[in-house]
Design a protein around this ligand. Sequence first.
Ligand SMILES: [Zn+2]
Length: 56
Amino acid sequence: MGNAECPECAGILSLAPNTEAGEIMSCPDCGARLEVRSVNPPQLAAAPKVEEDWGE
Ligand SMILES: [Zn+2]
């Protein structure tokens, strides 16, 4: 798939092949919750904070 840059810490995240736009993922470097804005090209944005337990 490809790599995307974390908007919070500029770290590089590798997207899984089955990643879809709209998916929420956590940055392994800074722990920010990120939304996949698009997969081609791979692009991430900070996700809105929600009260939900994603079970790290
Ligand atoms: Zn980060």
